[in-house]
Unconditional design. Sequence first.
Length: 385
Amino acid sequence: MRKISILGATGSIGTQALDVLRKDRENFQLVGVSANSNSEKLLKIVEEFKPSYAVLTEREAYLKFKGYFKNKNRNFKILFGTEGLNIIASLPEIDMTVTSVMGMSGLVPTIKAIEAGKDIALANKETLVVGGKLVTKLAEENNVKLIPVDSEHSAIFQCLRGNKHSDAERLLVTASGGPFRGKSKEELLNVTVQQALKHPSWHMGEKITIDSATLMNKGLEVIEAHWLFDLPYEKIKVVVHPESIVHSMVEYKDGSVIAQLASTDMRLPIQYALNYPKRGKAVVDRLDFYSLKKLTFEKPDMNTFRSLKLAYEAGKIGGTMPAILNCANEEAVQLFLSNKIKFLDISNIVEECMNKFSPKDNFELKDLLYIEIKIKEYVKTKFGK
Ligand code: NDP
Ligand code: MG
C-alpha cells in the first residue's frame, strides 16, 4: 500500500491522479490533499477519499472550508497556506508526494518533501526550471526519486530504462505545436484568450494551456529534461508532432531511436509515476494502429514562437536565468489571461526581463524567492495597468 499526498488535488493533474487512485484502491491510500481556492471541489474529494489532512492556500477558501465542518465531528486536520502544503508534502506516514500545484508555488513544498525523504511524482515542472540544480542535488543527497509526470519526461524516463544512460545521444521532446501551429507573427497579433485556451490535444489548467500556445511549455520542458536526464541543451531537440501519440523519444549512439507511444491521456504518465518501478493495469484507451492513420513530425518555428528560443537561451546561460524567465512568464501569462496584454507581449516581456535582470551563477533558495517577488512585481507594475 503506497501512501501519498497530492498537492493541487483540485487541478487538472490532481483530478486525473485521483481517478488513477479510484481505480486502484487496494494499492493506494490518500493521506493529504490541497487546493488553492476551490473549497467545494476539495470537500467532494475529502468526502470520497477520506484523507487525514486537507490544505487550502487561500485564506477565504480556508475559512469557508472550515465552516463546512462547524459543529460536525471530523477526523481529519484542516491546514492553511504554504505552511500547510509543506506539512502534507513531508508527513512521516507518506511514501510519495505528487506535486501538481501551479507555477512556482510548488518549489518550497517539493524541497520540504525531498528533505523528508519522500519520492516525488513531479508534475510541477516550474520547480525544476527555477531550482533544477538545487532540487536535483537535494534529491541525490536524500536518496529521493524524482519521477516525472509530464508526459514527455515520462516517455523519456521509460525509453531510458534498460539502456546505458551514457549511450543516449539525444532526447527528442515532442510537442503538439499548440492551437497556433503554422501561424505567422502577423496572424498572432490579435489572438484572444479564448482562442489561446483551445488546445488541440490536451485539456489542462489555464496557465500551462497558454504556455502550450506560446511554446513556452516546451521551453520549460527542455529545461526540465536537462535537469532530470543530465544532458546538455545541445542534445535536447524539440520535434513538433501534432497527433500527440509519440510522447517523446531517445536516440542512442548507434542511431536507434526508442519512442514511447500511447493515447493522449495524462492518466498514464501519472499512473506510471505512482506505481514506478511497477506498471499498473491500463486506465487509458489502448492504441489501435489500424485506425491511427498517420503520425507526422516537423521542426518548431522558433522565430514566431520566441518563448521556446528564449527558454533554450536561459537554460544555456544557467544560474538564475531560468528563474528570471519563468517568473516573467508566469506573471505575463496572468496578465494575458486577464486581458491586460496581447499574446505576443508574453514573449516580449520575458525577453525584456532576461535583458534587464542579471542572473547569479550560484544561488540558494532565498535567491529564487527574491527573484519571484522582484520579477513579478516589475512585470505587474510596468505592464499590468
Ligand atoms: P491547474 O490550474 O488545473 O491546477 C492547479 C492546482 O494547484 C489546483 O489544485 C489549484 O487549486 C492549485 N493552485 C493554484 N494556484 C496555487 C497557489 N498559488 N498555491 C497553491 N496551490 C495553487 O493546473 P494543472 O493541473 O494543469 O497543472 C499543475 C502542474 O502540472 C503545472 O506545473 C503544470 O505545468 C504541470 N503539468 C500539467 C499537465 C496537464 O496536463 N494539466 C501536464 C504536464 C505538467 P484551485 O483548484 O483551488 O485553484
Ligand atoms: Mg508536457
